[in-house]
Design a protein around this ligand. Structure first.
Ligand SMILES: Cc1ncc(COP(=O)(O)O)c(C=O)c1O
Length: 359
């Protein structure tokens, strides 16, 4: 009988811990739209410190964090942003930068590791001499870690090079750092150093960090002052938001140190999957908490079918296509959950029984 759920669909599925719920219950709160909420202030001060920026702002989601950041940097209608063609902002955020912001996207090729070649970025910068026809490039966006490439990390050297390029051309650099703490843990580089070259960063609290809700954007004081007004415009101004910020403060304290364990568990899972006949994983590309695996062509099982079988064993995962599956590890997945998952997947792939395959 299934007694437990192992939820591998995303790192957004974590449940608030007891400590978070206690902190939420006791949070000191006030009206945050009027900038009176002390717990929101505490979280923003802490995030500004961790990221090495002047100021921070709590926002309801990563999508809103990216949208506000792009809109602040591209206030003039018809501005252009250079971003990866496989980036979250470009693919999964409803085209909000153009539909809401009037910002023109200039997608350029993301490499398999989530980077964009620096010369490709430079070649995409519009020549101001032809402004009669061209939109004006104002911003470059990077994503670290890069979700669609399997959570791979952009190095500090690479980020610095893109930052230097932005400066040379008078552009701003925004980092979608939904999982910047994962990148920091994997690269063993402090977050403030990793984003030093960026003018703004959007950091999700509700992914690897395990908070129930929210993101924070960071940048200069004047950037955040503009961002605060835009957040209100977009309906993201929330009143006693300290309730949510209290959980995020616990997440920063308790869960950041657990990210290295998540990455270790993801690696163990990837190595184990790669040993199962009919499955393949590019193990070397598993740098953080995301694992993509492929089901061999001609296999008796599709990703959807595998998902259904695992469901019966209490394991939830997300088919990405008929032959590709995405698994995301988080702090509520243990090393033994990983072993159990491997046993169940092996059993499903071989169609046989496995003595560990009971939950
Ligand atoms: C890389 C990246 N950026 C931004 C977001 C958006 O975050 P949210 O779901 O909080 O809007 C996500 C969500 O999965 C993401 O993976």
């Amino acid at each position: 009988m299934v007694t437990k759920t192992i939820d591998l669909r995303s790192d957004t599925v974590t449940k608030p811990t007891e400590t978070m719920r206690l902190a939420m219950a006791k949070a000191d709160v006030d009206d945050d739209v009027l900038i009176y909420d002390p717990t929101a202030r505490q979280l923003e001060t802490e995030m500004a410190r961790i990221t090495g920026k002047e100021a921070a702002l709590f926002v309801p989601s990563g999508t809103m964090g990216n949208l506000i950041s792009v809109l602040v940097h591209c206030e003039i209608r018809g501005s252009e942003v250079i971003l990866g063609n496989n980036s979250h902002v470009h693919i999964y955020e409803n085209g909000g930068i153009s539909t809401i912001g009037g910002v023109h996207p200039r997608p350029v090729k993301n490499n398999d590791d989530g980077s964009i070649d620096v010369d490709v970025i430079e070649a995409a910068i519009r020549n101001p001499d032809f402004e009669i026809c061209y939109p004006k490039t104002r911003l470059i966006c990077l994503e670290n870690s890069h979700a669609n490439s399997g959570g791979r990390c952009l190095s500090v050297e690479y980020t610095d090079r893109v930052g230097a390029l932005a400066k040379k051309h008078g552009l701003k650099l925004h980092i979608d750092g939904a999982r910047i703490f994962n990148a920091s843990a994997a690269l063993n580089v402090p977050v403030d150093r990793l984003v030093q070259a960026a003018d703004s960063v959007s950091v999700c609290l509700s992914k690897g960090l395990g908070a129930p809700v929210g993101s924070v954007i960071v940048g200069t004081k004047s950037f955040i002052a503009r961002a605060r007004i835009l957040r209100k415009t977009l309906g993201g101004g929330m009143r006693q938001v300290g309730i949510l910020c209290a959980a995020a403060l616990v997440a920063l304290q308790e869960n950041v140190p657990k990210l290295v364990t998540d990455h270790k568990n993801a690696k163990t899972l990837a190595e184990g999957l790669n040993k199962i006949k009919g499955l393949s994983v590019d193990v070397a590309s598993v740098e953080t908490n995301i694992v993509y695996f492929e089901i061999a062509k001609g296999s008796h099982i599709t990703a959807l079918k595998l998902g259904k079988i695992l469901d019966e064993h209490g394991i939830l995962l997300m088919p990405d296509s008929s032959s590709r599956v995405r698994i995301v590890i988080h702090h509520q997945v243990s090393a033994s959950d990983v072993q159990y998952t491997l046993a169940c997947i092996k059993q499903a792939m071989t169609g046989g029984t496995d003595e560990n395959g009971g939950n």
